[in-house]
Structures are given as structure tokens and as C-alpha cells.
Design a protein around this ligand. Structure first.
Ligand code: SF4
Ligand code: SF4
Length: 323
């Protein structure tokens, strides 16, 4: 990543992707109330992205990392081929999954330093099963994580927090993932209030998010957890740093094309990353600019800003290396 950032700077490229959120389908085998992805009509939910379209989009934009999301990617019959083609091109791939199909499909994938599972884990058993609205999902995810680790895969997790979380529930789930399951790294995010999500009541505001993470991170825990975020982004989550959104750094490519402006919001689509960059008014988005962005502290908008600020500062670079 450091080499990639240096090359962008040498090429005087102002806007470039760090990670692409690739959505090769919208269908899922769960129906979480907070989800804004599965609300499309049936004929859209049945569509699958072609391998060549997925690979072509990543090659065109040049991103070094890809996060394959959805929907549930493991429903896609060619997901292992999309993954294999991206790995062949030395892209780092995170395969996001709710883990219901993970153990059954594990043998379609091979461990690689360029590949990591990213398992959706919203809390401990009761909390996670309530969040995804299906009993037994937590146990299946834990079993799949153990099987993947035993098979030599790198396993990360992705946890979304809502208003019914407290510093205690944040600590409990991160302690469990860090110490008991010993996953390689963990990602965390306050939930974003998608327009289309059926549950609109449980999304955190900015002040609530800062209070939640500020209290959860206290007593040195933040340093102990293997969090897959830059120190500056974690500062941002707990209110110690303020950034502007740079959504162009983590763009989203789906069945409809490049989504404007980000993974969370849709103001139309572009056919290429170049068109997305050149025809989007980036200054119109972010908190204080667009009311839909007001409560957003998601990593797809603010982690790129944190990463870019880190690489511009020797002190922050050393802190990131140490963390
Ligand atoms: S598992 Fe993910 S994609 Fe599936 S319904 Fe839940 S939030 Fe949506
Ligand atoms: S703040 Fe940025 S990442 Fe968040 S919804 Fe707005 S444009 Fe998207």
C-alpha cells in the first residue's frame, strides 16, 4: 500500500482508489433489518456479475485492494473464480460473508497472503442472532472461522454497531474475537442509516458514536485489540480527530456500474472509474454538505482521509506502524 501511495504521488494523481467495494450480486440468504442492499426487486436480486466485468473494473481503476461484498458473495456461483482472477493479478482480496455457506465452500478457495475472509459478526450470540434475525447464525460463523483458521486462511471480522450497543457490548465482542477466536484483524463500524433499510430507528448519531467508542476504547483496550484501521480513523471514531469525506478513495462497483458517490448512497452510476471521478461533484458530499451524510462516520468515506493524512505525517506513519 505504501508503494502504491508513493506511485500515485509521483504520478501526481489527485484521486485514486485504495480499496474497491465490489458487489457482484445483491441477493442474500439473510434479511437483516438494517440492510440497504437486499431491497432491490426480485429480477435484480437474481442477477450475477460476470467474472470478466468484475476483473475488468478492478483493472481499470488500478486499486490494490478489493472488498467483495453484496448481498452474500458466496451465493454467486463464480465467486471463487472472481477471487482467483483478482489474486492472480496480485490484488489483496477481502471476501465479506455472513458465513452461512463458508464452511461448505471453504475448499473452493486457497489460503494466500493476498486473501482474507471478512466475517460479519455483530456481537456475541444473542446480539448477533438478533441483528441478523436468525438463530444459530453466530454459532455457524464461529464454527466457520475456526475451520478457516485451521485450514490456514487469514480471517478478519466486520462488526457493525447500533444504538442498542453499549461500551460493554463493544468490549465483549471485540475481546471474544481478539482473545478467544484469535482472528487476524477486526473491522468496526457505526451503522449507516440506508434510505431503504426497514429499521430506521437504531442508527447511531455522531455524538452517540463518539461516546460509544470513546468509552469502549478506554483503559488501553484500543491498543490491545488487533483492529484493522489506521490510528487516525480510530481517533475519528472516538471524536479526537475531524476529517472530510473522501469517498473516491473507497469506490463501489456493482451490477449497475460505479456507484456515485459511495457504497452507502446512490446518486446514479458511471460506466468507468475515470468517468466516476471526473463527473462527480465530490465537494457536494460529506457531513455539513449533504443531509444524508450527517450521521455518517463509515470507513468508506473517512478511512481514506485518515490513511492519506497518515502518509503525509512522519509521526502518524510511525504510529500506524507501531499500532
Ligand atoms: S448479511 Fe449483509 S447483505 Fe445479507 S441481509 Fe444482512 S446486512 Fe444485508
Ligand atoms: S459522508 Fe461520504 S461515505 Fe458517508 S454517506 Fe456521505 S458520501 Fe458516503
Amino acid at each position: 500500500m505504501a508503494w502504491y501511495l508513493t506511485r500515485q504521488r509521483l504520478a501526481k494523481r489527485e484521486k485514486f482508489p485504495l480499496i474497491v467495494e465490489l458487489e457482484p450480486l445483491f441477493q442474500c440468504n439473510l434479511e437483516c433489518a438494517g440492510c440497504g442492499k437486499i431491497q432491490h426487486p426480485e429480477h435484480i436480486l437474481r442477477r450475477r456479475m460476470r467474472v470478466e466485468d468484475a476483473v475488468g473494473a478492478i483493472e481499470e481503476c488500478g486499486a490494490p485492494m478489493v472488498s467483495i461484498a453484496g448481498g452474500e458473495p458466496l451465493i454467486h456461483p463464480e465467486i471463487h473464480e472472481i477471487t482467483r482472477e483478482l489474486l492472480r493479478r496480485k490484488r489483496f482480496v477481502y471476501l465479506c460473508t455472513n458465513a452461512l455457506l463458508m464452511e461448505r465452500k471453504l475448499d473452493k478457495f486457497k489460503p494466500s497472503p493476498y486473501f482474507a475472509w471478512a466475517v460479519h459478526m455483530d456481537g456475541l450470540r444473542e446480539r448477533h442472532d438478533a441483528s441478523v434475525e436468525r438463530e444459530g447464525t453466530f454459532d455457524k460463523a464461529v464454527s466457520a472461522i475456526r475451520a478457516a483458521k485451521a485450514a490456514g486462511f487469514r480471517v478478519t471480522t466486520n462488526t457493525t454497531f447500533f444504538t442498542h450497543d453499549s461500551p460493554k457490548t463493544v468490549r465483549e465482542v471485540l475481546d471474544f474475537l481478539n482473545d478467544d477466536l484469535e482472528v487476524d484483524e477486526m473491522m468496526i463500524s457505526p451503522a449507516y442509516a440506508y434510505d431503504k433499510a426497514p429499521d430506521q430507528e437504531h442508527f447511531l448519531g455522531v455524538a452517540q458514536t463518539r461516546k460509544l467508542f470513546g468509552e469502549a476504547f478506554a483503559d488501553g483496550r484500543r491498543k490491545r485489540w488487533r483492529l484493522n484501521h489506521s490510528p487516525l480513523f480510530l481517533d475519528f471514531l472516538e471524536g479526537k480527530a475531524e476529517f472530510e469525506c473522501t469517498a473516491w478513495g473507497i469506490p463501489s462497483y456493482s451490477l449497475f456500474g460505479w456507484q456515485r458517490p459511495c457504497y452507502l448512497m446512490s446518486d446514479g452510476y458511471a460506466a468507468t472509474y475515470k468517468e466516476l471521478i471526473e463527473t462527480t461533484d465530490w465537494s457536494a458530499y460529506g457531513r455539513g454538505r449533504d443531509p444524508r451524510c450527517e450521521n455518517c462516520m463509515a470507513h468508506c468515506g473517512y478511512e481514506p482521509t485518515a490513511v492519506l493524512q497518515t502518509t503525509h505525517s512522519l509521526r502518524e506513519s510511525l504510529r500506524a506502524l507501531a499500532g
